[in-house]
Write a protein of this length. Structure first.
Lengths: 144, 555
């Protein structure tokens, strides 16, 4: 509870380096990893059901230009994140190698407006899981 | 604990009956058979109202989705029918709308922190180790609170000695001031959902998620839940270091954490708003009591969601809730609850608190008491759409700022005035005071005005409570419209009409709009209280009849 990520970074601890490892592995393994594509391309005809995959995102974005999201996908080898209402829906690919301590990642994404954000995880056995969350982007200003 | 096995009573009927005989005494009002081994005292959304006031409850409070027709979305005679309240009784006056001006004259003002102190002291006399919990929106809402940047309320609340607090409008004092005040608090400042914005991480030093208390031999964990949508509903640029959100997954983690540490009773001190708390109670397991806040609802009985009881204690110092709990073998076995209305003429002021309050007000006495005008009409705010105070503020904006259309924020704070009352400077500040009160004047297209109305309407009428921000519809002057609350965003608002000409609002045309409480940095214009004061001074006596420029469909 008292140990924050800032402390971790300040310490330059091994844990932080470990968390970054899988991402670096992606870049090395697949030079085209930045092309996330669309959900249908990733699924390639397979079905995705609910599972242990969790997608955490705010219900209402505090700032649509930088919305913190995180995915936790125990047993996944790859997770892709899509902002379904953006002009280019694919926003992130996370691949987890066998050395990854956990299959979790977080980032910030830009949302063009209120829309569904979808995460799809490819599991080690080749099956897929999905999680969806609506994130509202509002002009705000009248709460009281 | 099976909910059905839980023993629960509400002491509400008692004072209601006595009240009908017009013979209510302080002892009768506070009568409570001490129960179990733990007492919670809840105050919330005081909005810096130190003195007795009038406060009219809403007549329009529409529930949508699963909350259609459910409390607190029941008003007026329907509310009285639901709780068996006699028309014209004290309970009618305190808890529901209808015949307000006449009943206000009969039963007098409500609130006053010196009366609240008397009630808190009386409960502590019964149960010396009762926990006093403040749900926030305490350091905002009055002339003296604005001038002292919240210091008057901090001084008064310190005199009341709460055990913990959570937050909303406090943050509009700005990061530096909030931090300064919070660091000096002699009690816990809790918020499991107050995070560092840059790193999206908790801030356990400044705002711990929870605090343990040992009371009546029971290990109690109080978890704080600040208002989730602070940087959206209020100006985020004033406190850019902080991030909020509901974060119910973190709430569950905190509940699990305190249970693992041996908590026998888990209390959530929340500023979520009632419907959000209701949903949270259905998703997060292990919370025994949610002390709700933000939406200013006063309910004479707890609402049960699964095994969690929800307590709604009103606003503006009008009510104090007492909740006695029987906690045995690490489980909540039963409760006894009473929503105590602070009838200012029935409850004697606590002399110590009265003098502490006078001390805060003394330097500003002349400014506070200056009479600006009179009112012929009931002036109130609460309700999903315009109240008469809002209409008066919109009139001031239209005439003083030479605009076609006026917009006033749909906040739920602001006491009422009854016909024949003087309007003092203090009264004007009670309904306008804030740290971003500049009255802007800006050109907007008809299309953009609709976008604003649709956006705000979705913050109230989205069927999923997690997407609601609390608050009410933006108040409009100079324009009429129709709102269908059952439609999705983008389709709720229609028939927008410019009242001065009777013409339909043209999406492509530009209109001059005057408003206040913009969340944008760098907003320019005179302070709204000066605009309203100038308008009322010119009127002398104001008359504001209820208006019908908003047509509501699907309620």
């Amino acid at each position: 509870m008292d140990f924050t990520r800032r402390d971790t970074l300040a310490l330059g601890a091994g844990a932080a380096a470990m968390a970054l490892l899988p991402l670096r592995a992606v870049a090395q393994a697949d030079p085209n990893a930045e092309v996330v594509g669309a959900p249908d391309e990733f699924l390639a005809g397979a079905d995705a059901g609910a599972g242990d995959l969790t997608l955490t995102a705010p219900e209402i974005a505090e700032n649509g230009n930088t919305v913190p999201i995180s995915v936790d996908a125990p047993g996944a080898v790859e997770v892709r994140v899509y902002a379904l209402g953006n002009p280019t829906p694919g926003v992130a690919t996370f691949r987890f190698g066998p050395l990854a301590g956990s299959q979790a990642a977080s980032t910030r994404i830009r949302l063009a407006g209120t829309q569904d954000v979808q995460a799809i995880a490819k599991m080690a056995d080749g099956s897929y899981q999905t999680a969806m969350k609506t994130v509202k982007v509002t002009i705000g200003g009248c709460g009281g | 604990m099976a909910a059905s096995a839980m023993l629960g009573t509400s002491g509400f009927g008692n004072w209601a009956r006595l009240a009908a005989q017009q013979s209510l005494t302080q002892d009768q009002l506070l009568q409570f058979d001490t129960f179990g081994n733990v007492s919670l005292i809840h105050v919330t959304d005081i909005h810096a109202q130190l003195m007795p006031i009038y406060f009219r409850e809403p007549s329009v409070n529409i529930g949508v989705g699963g909350n259609r027709g459910a409390v607190p979305h029941v008003t007026g005679s329907d509310f009285r029918k639901l709780y068996g309240i006699e028309d014209g009784s004290r309970s009618h006056y305190a808890l529901s709308s209808g015949d307000f001006s006449a009943l206000a004259q009969a039963y007098g003002k409500v609130g006053g922190m010196d009366r609240v102190a008397t009630v808190v002291n009386a409960i502590r006399a019964d149960r010396p180790d009762a926990l006093l919990l403040d749900g926030g929106d305490t350091w905002h809402g009055s002339y003296t609170c604005y001038q002292t940047e919240g210091q008057d309320m901090v001084n008064v609340m310190n005199g009341l000695k709460p055990d913990a607090m959570t937050f909303h409008w406090e943050f509009t004092l700005g990061t530096e001031r909030v931090q300064e005040l919070v660091e000096g608090l002699p009690f816990a400042a809790l918020g499991q959902n107050i995070f560092d914005a840059e790193w999206d991480e908790p801030l356990p030093d400044l705002f711990p998620p929870y605090k343990f208390f040992e009371r009546g031999g029971v290990k109690i964990a109080v978890i704080g839940q600040a208002f989730p949508y602070m940087p959206i509903a209020n100006p985020g640029w004033m406190f850019p270091e902080f991030s909020f959100g509901i974060r119910d997954e973190n709430m569950q983690a905190m509940v699990d954490e305190v249970r693992a540490q041996g908590a026998e009773l888990v209390v959530c001190l929340s500023h979520n708003g009632f419907d959000v708390d209701k949903k949270m109670a259905s998703k997060v397991t292990g919370i025994d009591v949610i002390l709700t806040g933000h939406t200013h609802d006063a309910l004479p009985e707890p609402v049960l969601v699964g095994e969690t009881i929800l307590i709604a204690s009103g606003s503006n110092g009008k009510f104090v809730s007492r909740v006695d709990l029987d906690v045995r073998d690490g489980r909540m076995m039963g409760f006894r609850h009473k929503l105590i209305p602070i009838f200012s003429d029935v409850i004697a002021p606590d002399p110590q608190m009265a003098s502490l309050i006078q001390e805060q007000r003394a330097p500003y006495k002349a400014d506070l008491e200056e009479v600006i005008g009179q009112t012929d009409s009931l002036l109130y705010r609460r309700g999903n759409f315009n109240g008469t105070w809002d209409d008066l503020i919109c009139d001031a904006l239209l005439s003083e700022r030479e605009a076609d259309i006026a917009m006033s924020p749909g906040v739920r704070w602001g006491p009422s005035l009854i016909p024949g009352d003087d309007i003092t400077r203090e009264d004007i500040w009670n309904v306008t005071s804030m740290t971003y009160g500049k009255a802007y004047r800006s050109e907007m297209t008809g299309e953009f005005i609709k976008v604003i109305l649709e956006d705000v309407a979705d913050n109230i009428f989205n069927p999923d409570p997690y997407y609601q921000q609390g608050g009410d519809m933006v108040r409009i002057g100079g324009m009429g419209y129709r709102c269908d609350v059952t439609k999705p965003q983008g389709e709720r608002i229609s028939n927008m009409t410019l009242l001065s000409t009777g013409e339909a609002i043209d999406p492509a045309k530009t209109y001059m709009v005057a408003g206040w409480a913009s969340v944008n940095e760098g907003t320019e214009g005179p302070q709204i209280w000066d605009v309203v004061e100038s308008h009322i001074r010119k009127q002398g006596t104001v008359t504001v009849q209820p208006r019908d420029n908003v047509e509501v469909v699907g309620a």
